[in-house]
Design a protein around this ligand. Structure first.
Ligand SMILES: Cc1cc2nc3c(=O)[nH]c(=O)nc-3n(C[C@H](O)[C@H](O)[C@H](O)COP(=O)(O)OP(=O)(O)OC[C@H]3O[C@@H](n4cnc5c(N)ncnc54)[C@H](O)[C@@H]3O)c2cc1C
Length: 374
């Protein structure tokens, strides 16, 4: 069967691309190596900037119990803190829920989802050949939505994959008390931890840690007790939380190095195109926005409004850089400064003296509300 577009990876970037392209009348195949639903290491707080677009795709997260988040608390390793109302606000929903519900919409819109691992992508005679262990698929468009680190990055010989990254991500759901409308970002020595309630009323506790620091401890529990709990906010939350998962999920080698939004003619979306530091809390927003930027251009290419592939690639690269370069820079600078313990304590003193500055810092890592596409 011939497809107009093949999407590799079924996270938020791939799912939104598949939904957008299918609703635009394209024949779409989405290849995802895991089944739905599945838990993922993620803070699960999404900025409201994505809502107009998600709604236009026919998806409303509040139908599935997403928590409406309006309040934000930031604390330092030394437990200095500041709280504010979020400029745009956001919502909190588990990846277990949102990815699976979006996948249902994708299938309803007419796309095919297959559970396979892509092992190779090649481009000849203006067509992509996408290979899995047992099958080969062809299409004029391939969207790379395979996330922060994939076997496909190795296959494509991407520069970032050759360098080691010092970051480790840990996440689990807990039973515990926490306000429904709040998200907390609590820093600890060598990392940060995001806390919010999700649609199940469980608490999502997710953190990024320096691997060198982490490996000094016996296990996740030991690390949490001896490092995270030095921050009194995290100590209070963890001491009153009961683990719901069998054990926390972990991922290693989380990299924030620069990537190209187009590689070997593949249009990259989400973390495959570039990843913002999670302390900025906007990776999912970027995945969804990049899916919109890519899909609108792919539709224009398919109906001839964008005449050549080279125009499609240049146009998308430009749009991606316009939209995300400044955000990525702000996110990385903030994260780097927060890793200097003394600086974050000093910054917090300043922020408490001039609290009106915090919303500007948050805005620097987020975008404007997206427009509806349909
Ligand atoms: C610790 C941590 C906390 C975070 N907290 C937040 C937060 O609170 N808010 C926020 O907005 N962002 C957060 N993020 C970032 C956010 O999780 C990502 O930016 C977002 O998941 C990107 O979506 P994606 O679709 O690009 O990738 P993913 O959701 O990772 O999806 C990629 C998919 O591709 C599939 N895949 C990979 N290779 C193949 C293959 N060869 N064949 C088939 N399928 C393949 C994978 O199975 C996966 O399902 C956080 C990240 C980390 C690490």
């Amino acid at each position: 069967m011939g497809y107009d577009a093949i999407i590799i990876g079924g996270g938020l970037g791939g799912l939104c691309s598949a939904l957008h392209l299918s609703l635009s009348g394209l024949k779409v195949l989405l290849i995802e190596k895991n089944g739905f639903p599945k838990h993922k290491v993620c803070g699960e707080y999404i900025s409201n900037e994505v809502l107009p677009y998600l709604n236009s795709l026919g998806f409303n997260p509040f139908e599935f119990g997403a928590k409406n988040i309006t309040d934000f608390t930031l604390s330092t390793p030394g437990s200095r803190s500041i709280s504010t109302t979020l400029p745009l606000g956001g919502f909190s929903i588990s990846r277990f829920c949102i990815d699976a519900e979006l996948a249902k919409k994708v299938q309803k819109a007419g796309a095919t989802i297959t559970q396979e691992t892509v092992t190779n992508i090649s481009f000849t005679n203006d067509q992509f050949k996408v290979e899995t262990k047992d099958k080969t698929y062809h299409a004029p468009i391939a969207v790379g939505a395979f996330g922060k680190r994939s076997n496909m990055d190795v296959k494509l010989n991407r520069a970032f994959i050759k360098r080691k990254s010092p970051f480790l991500g840990v996440k689990a759901h807990y039973k515990g008390t926490f306000p429904d409308t709040a998200v907390g970002l609590h820093n600890f020595d060598g990392g940060y931890c995001g806390v919010s309630k999700v649609e199940t009323n469980n608490l999502n506790i997710c953190y990024l840690a320096d691997f060198e620091n982490f490996k000094k401890y016996k296990n996740v529990a030991d690390f949490q007790e001896n490092v995270l709990s030095k921050n009194t906010f995290l100590r209070d939350i963890l001491n009153n939380a009961e683990l719901v998962f069998e054990k926390p999920l972990t991922i290693s080698q989380v990299s924030f190095e620069r990537k190209n939004p187009v590689e070997n003619h593949i249009i990259m979306v989400g973390d495959s195109a570039g990843m913002i530091h999670p302390l900025a809390g906007n990776g999912m927003g970027m995945a969804i926005r990049s899916a919109q930027l890519a899909s609108e251009r792919i539709v224009d290419f398919s109906n001839g409004k964008i005449a050549t592939r080279s125009q499609l690639e240049t146009n998308y690269t430009k749009a991606w850089n316009n939209e995300f370069s400044a955000r990525l820079r702000s996110g990385h600078i903030i994260a780097r400064l927060f890793r200097l313990g003394w600086f974050s304590e000093f910054l917090m003193i300043l922020l408490n003296l001039f609290p009106f500055v915090l919303p500007y810092i948050i805005k620097g890592t987020h975008g404007k509300p997206m427009k509806a596409s349909f």
